[in-house]
Design a protein around this ligand. Structure first.
Ligand SMILES: Nc1ncnc2c1ncn2[C@@H]1O[C@H](COP(=O)(O)OP(=O)(O)OP(=O)(O)O)[C@@H](O)[C@H]1O
Length: 235
C-alpha cells in the first residue's frame, strides 16, 4: 500500500474532452508540492481530478492505498481532501462567521481560524461581499480549513493580491505545515514563492507532467523551468 495521495496513469477532462494525459503523481503525508506551468497547462484540472470535479477517463486516484476515484467531491472532502478553488467560492451574502460555520466539520473551531487570520476575526460580522480580495482569499482558505483537511489543494492563492498579503498567506501555509501532519499541493504562477515553500515541484505542460524534482534544484537551475515550460523565475 502507498501512503498519501496517488494518481496512476490518469487521463481526465471535462465531458468527452481530455485535458490531463497519463499523469502519475504521489504526494506523501506531510509533503509540500508545488505545481508550476503556463496558463492552460492543466494545473486546475489536476486539482479538480483529485477532488472529483473533473471527469476521469482512465487511471486511478488512491488515498492511503484506497481507491477514491469513484467517490463524490463531498465524500472526498470527508476523507480529508480540501480544495481552495481559484474562484474562492465564498458566500457573499453571508457574514464571515456564517461562511466559516457553514463549512465546519468535526472539532474545527472559529478560534483556530481566527488565530490563523486575525483579520477575519475583526471582520467576522461583515458580509463576504464586503471583504477585500485578500480578505476573501483568507476566508476561502479558512473555510477549507474548517473541514479539517489532511491534504490541502491550493489553486493560485496569491493571484491578484498585493505583495504584503502574499507574504502573509505564504506564512500561513508554512504554519499549516509545521507539525508535518498536513500535506499541501500549491498551484502557483509565482514560481519563486512556490518553490521556496515546497519540498518538491512538478512542471506541467499540455496536460502532462514534463519534469519533476526537488524544489531546491529548480530554484538553483532556473534554466530547467525555461527549458521545460518556458517560464522564467521572478526575483
Ligand atoms: N470546464 C471546462 N470544460 C472544457 N475545457 C476546460 C474546462 N476548464 C478548463 N478547460 C480546458 O482545459 C485546459 C486546461 O485548463 P486548466 O484550467 O486546468 O489549466 P491551468 O493550468 O489551471 O491554467 P490557468 O492558470 O489558466 O488556470 C485548457 O485548455 C482549458 O481551456
Amino acid at each position: 500500500m502507498t501512503d498519501g495521495l496517488t494518481l496512476t496513469n490518469v487521463t481526465s477532462g471535462y465531458g468527452p474532452t481530455h485535458v490531463l494525459d497519463r499523469v502519475n503523481l504521489n504526494l506523501r503525508p506531510g509533503e509540500r508540492l508545488a505545481v508550476i506551468g503556463r496558463n492552460g497547462a492543466g494545473k486546475t484540472t489536476l486539482l479538480a481530478t483529485i477532488m472529483g470535479l473533473a471527469k476521469l477517463h482512465e487511471g486511478t486516484v488512491t488515498l492511503n492505498g484506497a481507491p477514491i476515484h469513484g467517490l463524490s467531491p463531498h465524500k472526498r472532502s470527508s476523507l480529508g481532501l480540501g480544495l481552495v478553488p481559484q474562484t474562492r467560492d465564498i458566500f457573499k451574502s453571508l457574514t464571515v462567521e456564517e461562511n466559516l460555520l457553514s463549512a465546519k466539520r468535526g472539532s474545527a473551531t472559529l478560534d483556530e481560524a481566527y488565530a490563523l487570520f486575525p483579520r477575519l476575526k475583526e471582520r467576522r460580522k461583515n458580509g463576504g461581499g464586503q471583504l477585500s480580495g485578500g480578505e476573501q482569499q483568507m476566508l476561502a482558505i479558512a473555510r477549507t480549513l474548517m473541514t479539517e483537511p489532511d491534504v490541502i489543494l491550493l489553486d493560485e492563492p496569491l493571484e491578484g493580491l498585493a505583495p504584503v498579503i502574499c507574504e502573509q498567506l505564504m506564512q500561513v501555509f508554512e504554519d499549516l505545515c509545521n507539525d508535518g501532519r498536513r500535506s499541501v499541493v500549491l498551484v502557483e504562477q509565482h514560481a519563486t514563492a512556490a518553490l521556496k515553500f515546497a519540498d518538491r515541484a512538478v512542471l506541467m505542460a499540455n496536460g502532462a507532467i514534463v519534469h519533476e524534482g526537488p524544489a531546491t534544484e529548480l530554484l538553483a537551475r532556473p534554466d530547467l523551468l525555461n527549458r521545460h515550460i518556458g517560464v522564467a523565475l521572478s526575483a
